[in-house]
Each structure stands twice: as structure tokens, then as C-alpha cells.
Write a protein that binds this ligand. Sequence first.
Ligand SMILES: *Cc1c(COP(=O)(O)O)cnc(C)c1O
Length: 421
Amino acid sequence: MRHFHYKDGEMYAEDVALRDIAAKVGTPVYVYSTATFQRHFTVFANAFKDRTTLIAYSVKANSNLAVLATLAKLGAGADVVSQGELVRALTAGIPASKIVFSGVGKTEPEMRAALEAGIRVFNVESLPELERLSDVALSMGTRAPVAFRVNPDVSAGGHEKISTGKAENKFGIAWSSVQSAYARAAALKGIEIVGVDMHIGSQIDSLAPFEVAIEKVGALISDLRKKGHTITSFDIGGGLGIPYGDNSKTPPPPSEYGALVKKLTADMDVELIFEPGRMIAGNSGVLLSEVVYAKSGEDREFLIIDAAMNDLIRPALYEAYHEIEPVRAPGRNFKTQRYDVVGPICESGDTFTKRRELPQMAAGDLLVLHSTGAYGAAQSSQYNTRPLVPEVLVSGDRFAVVRERPKLEEILRAESIPDWV
Ligand SMILES: *Cc1c(COP(=O)(O)O)cnc(C)c1O
């Protein structure tokens, strides 16, 4: 369910015409719907409302402060992977007690900042990280709450670049080393063991890999307790997929996911932690862009739009599919055309789709790329010195620019030419 729809022949985000946003802010621009964020978070939370649960929204999916503040108001925690994301989450009003820290390469300053803030738990991914964390905590006269991210060696995720739970991936503690890792943690003065963590992939479109992994980790939790470790939380990670509007498999709804997880964990006596990102943010945003040129090639038609791979890298990076629609609703008996929709960057990878049948469009027409609320703006760059794409948040009939488009002077100001050049 998303709140981007046609009304009186025009596409709206909630009660705001996208054409108005384009006129005031310019294109390309990401447009987010508050109601959609709220709905997705609530649907997920409701799936677990009879269990003690922390929903730690994965900040990397969409880290805009206004988005984080919107989710904070609903009771969301945060899963952060850097000091920058930690500061964002705290600034947006997410309490430290609801923040979990993930990632394979946490540095000493990051550990220090998270300990100072008093976060809920560090999801530790290696023994060297554990040793360093213990040292940092001891130097601050405290102990670090820790869960090991274990790697249950299951295959999941819609693309090899977003599969994380296989033995070959860089993530987590190898399954055969988990027991010795907990034993080592129990011996370290700066560490307090609190739980177990996993995250097996992203855009997962079936429940089967979750089922396999949760059962495996459930047995592990029993084992660890028998060895005397205190396990109070089980972090199941994120990864639940969303519909992208193509014909690939439709992921299970959060209610089915919730029912399965509750069933599998009913007797585990653990607090559940989740780290959903895409499921909350993906369909809460669109990338709004204008057609610069319609161009005829040798054997195909191109729509060259003013958004590019620096604004949205998912098609180039993961061969991702994004539904494309014109902002002006196609009239009755409209004509269609097969288009390659491309950006202006000098790389063939700057292609959003190939030979997609769309309503005929011309220069000056506005269009949207749907389902770009997650891993869209968050992965954008200034490649080709294209200013970082701005972000707009809509709520009802209001909208606000929540990240401005930088001016060229601002981009250049961060650089300098040494006097010896
Ligand atoms: C990326 C990530 C998530 C979120 O994944 P989604 O597929 O967006 O739900 C959760 N946890 C960790 C550790 C991650 O790296």
C-alpha cells in the first residue's frame, strides 16, 4: 500500500500534486509519503504486538533526519552501521536504549561514541572486533553489551550483492566458531553478553530461509544457555522483501512473516529485535524526474531523463526493477512505446530500464520511478558534479524540503587548489 496515486489526471503524493513539487523544488527530487512510512511501520509493529519487541529501523535504507524523526514518533529504534548514522538517530530523537550497532568494521572512535551514548547492543561480527570493544569499554570504565552476529549459512536475498547469510559472505561469525566466540566473550572483562543476532540478506521473497535460519539459531540459543551464557535478546535482522511491481515473486506480507517468527520463537523466552529497512522505506518514496529528450536510436527509442545513476544506483548496481509512470495520467486510448529510460551520465550503466513499454512521453514530461524510498537517496552521490539529489517529505496536503539541493559553489567550496600547483 502506497500513497502515490492519480487524481484528476495527475499523480499525487497523498494530497500534494507532484507537479507542484517539481515546480517549486525542481527535478530530480525524491518525494516521500509520511502516511506510507507510518503505515508500513504500524503493519510491522502490529504483527508482533503481543510480544516484547524492538523494531530497530535500518537507518542505511533511508537516513534522512525527517524520516527518522517520523519513525521515532511511532516508537521505532534504529539499527546503525556508522558513527554518522548513530548521530543521525540520536538527533532525530531515537533514544540510545533503542539503538543497535551493526557492521563488520566498527572503529575505536565509533565504539567510544556508542558507549558514551549508552546504546542497547553491539552486534559483533569478529573476534578482533570483540577484543577491541572490550579494551575500549574497559578504558572507559564500563562494559559493552554484545550480541554476536552469527552466520547461519543459508542462501537468501534477491541478488548476490545483497545476500549476506552464506558461509562465503564477509558477515557474521562462522557457524563453526560461534561457541568459542561466546566462551571468549564470557572471559573478557569489558564485555557483557546479552543476545544473538543474525541478518541473512535483503529483498528476501519467501519465508523459507527465515524459517531455516531461525530454527538453527533457536537451537544455538539453547546450547549457549546450557553453557551458562545469558541470552535475553534474539535479533532476527531485516531483509523482508517488498513488491517492486515487476513479475518476480511477491514477498510474503509482514503479517505472515510475523506469524511464522512468533511460532518459531514462542518457547525461546527472548526479546525479539528486528532491523527492517526496505520493508519500511522502499515503497514510501518515488524519484520524480523530467524527460530532457526523447531520442530515436538505430533500433530503439530512448527517454533521456534528468535523474541518473548518481541519484539512484539500484538498477546499475543490482539490476533492480523500478516501476515507471508518467505524472500526467495517460488519457483514454493512449499510445505506448518501448523505451530505454536512461540518465545523462557518460556510462552505459546509467540505464534505468531497457525496452520497457510505457505511455508515449516527450521532452518536458514528468515521470516517477516508484519504490525508491529505500537505498535511493541514501546511496546517491555527486558523480559528474551533479548536486546531491534533494528530498521532500509530504504529509497530507503539506510538503517540506527535508534535504536541499546543494549549490555548485557549496560543492566546490569543500575543495581547494594547493598553492604549489
Ligand atoms: C541492510 C541491513 C538491514 C536492513 O535490510 P533490509 O533488507 O533493508 O530490511 C538490517 N540489518 C543489517 C545488519 C543490515 O546490514
